[in-house]
Ligand binder design. Structure first.
Ligand code: COA
Length: 260
């Protein structure tokens, strides 16, 4: 599929997805959201050889400066509810992607941009990154999981402070609070994300996918995370990769995982 607002390249077996509307600071409009949905549910799952995905924004000023506010004026209750449900489902498909998805955040990650970064498995913040949920400035609330995932990452008190004041925080503060996994010099966000994905690429891919599933289950109201872990621990033990990984340790050699 060809995309209008996403640039997709492959480097070192990693897909780099760049939200590409720099004139609007990469704000997510309906087409971008539709393309993210298409990419994560249809196209990326078919790329079975990739090690992971890096999401970033075009230019050095902004990762994503929010949902496209220019499209907000046409919203009514029904349209906004549908927009939020669609966006939430698409962001779930990112969170549930079975390979690592890392946000390389070089500038503003505001509103839907912060929500997109939070739907990824990890966030690498460049030193100029700025995170925030400024929706209350517009008289609305986050609609793509922001009220839920911000609490998951930084706890209720700080999440409420950021949501209610619309304050932005910098990279160091995001790191201190647990929102950013690493802070790196400006321009090195993708390099760091690649380093992490390359490291994960050497592990058993089925085990990696099952870790993502089990961690996600902790945050699902309709799932029992411990039960999920028990089931997937059992299932992992039945894989060729488990025999290989454990055998390689005993034989003091590097494991050669095959994803089966
Ligand atoms: N939706 C649509 N367009 C956006 C946008 C958004 N969320 N964020 C920025 N833009 C556009 C601006 O309208 C401007 O376009 P123009 O040149 O056609 O007027 C362009 O991007 C540059 O933004 P500008 O505001 O001039 O840059 P700045 O450096 O002065 O400020 C921000 C940067 C991020 C602080 C500011 O753009 C901002 O507050 N954006 C909205 C953030 C927000 O509320 N996000 C949550 C939305 S729910």
């Amino acid at each position: 599929m060809t995309y209008q607002n996403l640039l997709i390249t492959e480097e070192e077996g990693i897909l780099i997805v760049t939200l590409n509307r720099p004139k609007a600071l990469n704000a997510i409009n309906d087409l971008t959201m539709q393309e993210l949905g298409q990419f994560f549910s249809e196209d990326a799952p078919k790329r079975s050889n990739i090690k992971g995905i890096i999401l970033t924004g075009a230019g050095d000023k902004s990762f994503v400066a929010g949902a496209d506010i220019k499209e907000f004026l046409a919203l009514d209750v029904e349209k906004a509810t549908n927009k939020s449900r669609t966006g939430n489902n698409i962001f779930f498909s990112i969170e549930r992607f079975p390979k690592p998805v890392i946000a390389a955040v070089q500038g503003f990650a505001l509103g839907a941009g912060c929500e997109l970064a939070m739907a990824c498995h990890m966030r690498i913040a460049g030193e100029k990154a700025r995170f925030g949920q400024p929706e209350v400035n517009l008289g609305i609330i986050p609609g793509y999981g922001g009220t839920q995932r911000l609490v998951q990452y930084i706890g209720k008190g700080k999440a409420l402070e950021l949501l209610l004041t619309a304050d932005m925080i910098g990279a160091e503060e995001a790191y201190r609070l647990g929102l950013a996994n690493h802070v790196v010099p400006a321009g090195e966000e993708i390099t760091k994300a690649k380093e992490i994905i390359n490291k994960i690429g050497k592990k058993g891919p089925i085990a990696v996918a099952k870790c993502i599933e089990a961690v996600n289950a902790y945050f699902q109201y309709d799932a029992d995370g411990y039960e999920k872990e028990i089931t997937e621990f059992g299932n992992a033990a039945g894989t060729v990769d488990f025999k290989e990984g454990a055998g390689a340790f005993i034989e003091k050699r590097r494991a050669n995982f095959v994803g089966k």
